[in-house]
Write a protein that binds this ligand. Structure first.
Ligand SMILES: [Zn+2]
Length: 487
């Protein structure tokens, strides 16, 4: 959780207002064919730039300027030989543990530290960047957004009435999802081909892309919520595409080829990288949300689906009829914050309560919201702690409130200061790159260099399987450090 932004609303507005100027057809820079889009190139860039600011604010850039520069340089090198060299190409490493890479219209391209931690050479990264560059040069994103706009122009209405009370069950970043609609198979194949072309023109070995798809295939089978592979939701069938890429890059007369594939140099750049959730930004452990930097904790109801989405922390009931949210507000006084909340369009105060919460100054209210035909009921508490004002909010569709009220009130009342030094000093897990001294099996490596994540995770991130023999002098990633327990 970081300071609050109007991220979600901004994206909705972007999508809704962006539809005002209708521009019909444009020539696809890659195919030369005319295609239906709603935007000029100038608008495309403007839209990408606005969304880039929101994404960077919401997800954050990974704090390693040297790595950022290096990734950007690799991307620029390939973008320069693309069909659209004059776009304001921007490549960022996001501070996000999920395995993901994506592109926005206008030339904004992102890889997460999660996907980097699962790669093993510069050519693998070049393959992913090349693929995303391909989506931009072929204007896939822009046609997707155009289609989405045509279908979904009404989407933002409920949100604008009461921007802070989004429909139940909708995860933060649902607006973002609209930008990440699953690409069509043809678009994916086109981006694969363009990417293979860019990387081989820059002499990267395109066979590395097959390893990336193998990794994605394995990661999709791993049951680790932290690493839910976002890339896969927009990039289907990794193993089938791996086969296609192998056909194009191997054999007597490969369609694409190159020689650069630097494993050691790449892995050394990953040494010390944060792995998985960074607890400094808050983390869940056994249904409890803990935030070391902000020194607070709060229990969420058991069985609820929870997420720390940077701008807010959220829990959703299994029936998706109630949510609990923790956010920061700008007001310094809980009373002022409550007044501002109750003054929002559609929000009706039912009663106020002045209680402090576990010794912290607080102001609360029972409320209902009438928006777009659906009535919500809930309880809000504004809590002052550590120089910040937190808004802790629980609400449900009116018919479900009686059933959810007890769990919501119990959760809101559990907000308290954390003083346990083990939690206050929690550190993230990190990647440590070690060089094997003697030839060993994968199992032998795990024994000699234990990790604080499952063997399967270590295997996927290194491209290693049970029984594999690792020669002496090989660089291999392990994961060290662990999150402290909640109590
Ligand atoms: Zn793609």
């Amino acid at each position: 959780m970081r300071s609050r932004t109007a991220f979600y609303l901004a994206l909705i507005l972007l999508l809704v207002t962006g539809g005002v100027g209708l521009h019909g057809c444009a020539v696809n820079p890659v195919t030369g064919e005319r295609q239906f889009v709603l935007f000029t190139e100038g608008q495309e860039i403007q839209m990408g730039r606005a969304a880039d600011q929101d994404i960077t604010a919401a997800l954050g850039e990974y704090d390693d300027p040297e790595l950022q520069r290096w990734v950007d340089a690799m991307g620029q090198e390939m973008a320069a030989i693309s069909e659209r060299p004059d776009l304001p190409w921007t490549f960022r490493v996001l501070d996000d543990p999920t395995i993901n890479a994506f592109a926005l219209p206008g030339g904004y391209i992102y890889v997460t530290r999660g996907i980097l931690s699962h790669m093993n050479s510069d050519a693998e990264l070049a393959g992913v960047l090349g693929h995303e560059i391909g989506h931009v040069t072929a204007r896939h994103g822009i046609t997707r957004v155009s289609r989405a706009q045509i279908a979904e122009l009404g989407l933002g209405i409920g949100m604008i009435l009461a921007p802070d009370l989004r429909p139940l069950g909708q995860a933060a970043g649902a607006g973002l999802q609209l930008l990440f609609l699953r690409n069509s198979r043809e678009a994916e194949r086109e981006a694969d081909d363009l990417g293979l072309g860019y990387m081989s023109e820059r002499d990267y070995d395109p066979r590395a892309v097959a390893r990336v798809f193998e990794m994605l295939g394995r990661a999709s089978g791993a049951e680790d919520g932290e690493r839910i592979p976002g890339f896969l939701s927009t990039h289907p069938d990794p193993l089938e595409r791996r086969g296609t890429i192998l056909e194009q890059t191997t054999g007597d007369a490969p369609q694409y080829q190159g020689s650069r594939d630097d494993r050691d140099g790449f892995l050394q750049r990953l040494d010390g990288m944060v792995f998985g959730t960074n607890p400094r930004e808050g983390y869940f452990r056994d249904g409890v949300f803990l935030h070391p930097e902000m020194a607070f904790r709060m229990d969420f109801p058991r069985e609820w689906r929870t997420a720390n989405a940077r701008t807010e922390v959220q829990g959703v009931s299994p029936q998706e009829d109630a949510v609990i949210l923790i956010e920061l507000v700008e007001e310094t006084s809980p009373e002022q914050a409550r007044n501002a909340f109750l003054a929002m369009d559609g929000v009706v105060g039912i009663s106020r309560n002045e209680d402090s919460v576990n010794g912290l100054p607080a102001a609360g209210a029972r409320f209902r919201v009438d928006g777009n035909g659906t009535e919500f009921r809930g309880q809000v508490a504004f809590i002052r702690h550590g120089g910040l004002t937190f808004r802790v909010l629980g609400y449900a569709v009116a018919g479900a409130w009686n059933n959810r009220e007890g769990a919501v009130l119990q959760s809101l009342a559990s907000f308290r200061e954390v003083t346990d030094p083990a939690i206050l000093n929690a550190q993230p897990r990190r990647i440590e790159v070690v060089r094997t001294e003697v030839e060993t099996t994968f199992e032998g490596f795990l024994q000699r260099y234990p990790s604080t994540v499952d063997a399967e995770v270590v295997g996927v991130m290194n491209g290693l399987r049970s029984g594999d023999v690792i020669p002496a002098g090989t660089l291999v990633k392990r994961v060290t450090g662990d999150l402290p327990p909640a109590n």
